[in-house]
Write a protein of this length. Sequence first.
Length: 370
Amino acid sequence: MSVFALPTWRAQLTSIRASAQVFEDPGSAALLERVKMVGPTDANVLVIGETGTGKELIARHIHALSGRRDAPFMAVNCGAFSESLIESELFGHEKGAFTGAFTAKAGWFEAADGGTLFLDEIGDLPLNLQVKLLRVLQEREVVRLGARKPVPIDVRIVAATNVGLEAAVSAGRFREDLFYRLRVVHLTIPPLRDRPGDIIPLARYFIEEYRHRMGFEATELHEGAAQRLLAHRWPGNIRELENSIHHALIISRGHVIRAEDLQLSSLPQPEPSGPAWSATAADGAAEAALERALVGLFEQDGGRVYERVEEALLRAAYRHCHRNQVQTAHLLGLSRNIVRARLAKIGLLPGGRRGGGHAAGTEPARAVQT
């Protein structure tokens, strides 16, 4: 059994993302073979998969298989910074470049020089920074904020997204030229529900890891518990499985995890992202009705039409999803960070205000050097 794990995960009190990946299911084994082909090359890679499927683990294995394995691997979450900070974080700044810049600072690209830079949630990158990222990839150099002299870099990019970037390109939210520059190779990680052969091996792996960390004796997985794990749809993927096993170990008795020890999510299965309209007659009628409504708005007001339509769409989707941000993001084909920021802007989140700035990400960016 092939197993990948985050190198520092035992030091974490709790897991915030998928911390291990196995490849026993036939679909996963095929993915691993593709990774082995891609890793030794220097091509940029786009990794696509739902939240919690282990995209960073794949990126780390690509780095480990490459000629850059002894150089830094740096990971940054593009959705964890405000728009005003992300440029400085990625590309660095000089002393005095902006208020509070008391010293010069290298960005993530310079820190990853010679190695691999993992850009998670690349779909959250603002359009103006997409232009600068494209130039960096083309010219292989960065210009810090407040500087004029470029700094040469040698960095391989592995980017990841949990939303369909093709749809974002079509909607004008992501640059087509950058999309193709990042997608020299693309890898799609199936959700856990589509790789049942990995569920029990992963569960047993987490049992061993967590029981060692907590000082427990050897613990078995009861057949009833295994069947319940296989029947679950895993909307939270590997991250949800890991947390479920951790909880079950804490409350289990007699060194056996039984079905009743498992605390499983009741969230619905994520909707696949993709085009908003299908080719069915019903959808065609709905599209025609929407077009008529838009024409009516154009005739009434030549001004804030886009802003009004976007706000109405967000409000309707948020209500439809019972005020669940994650499900709203899946429904609209957007990342959760973009949805959160826009909901805050129109005043639908606590602490948000109409016309306000960007909402902060819920997950801090992490940089790990191996």
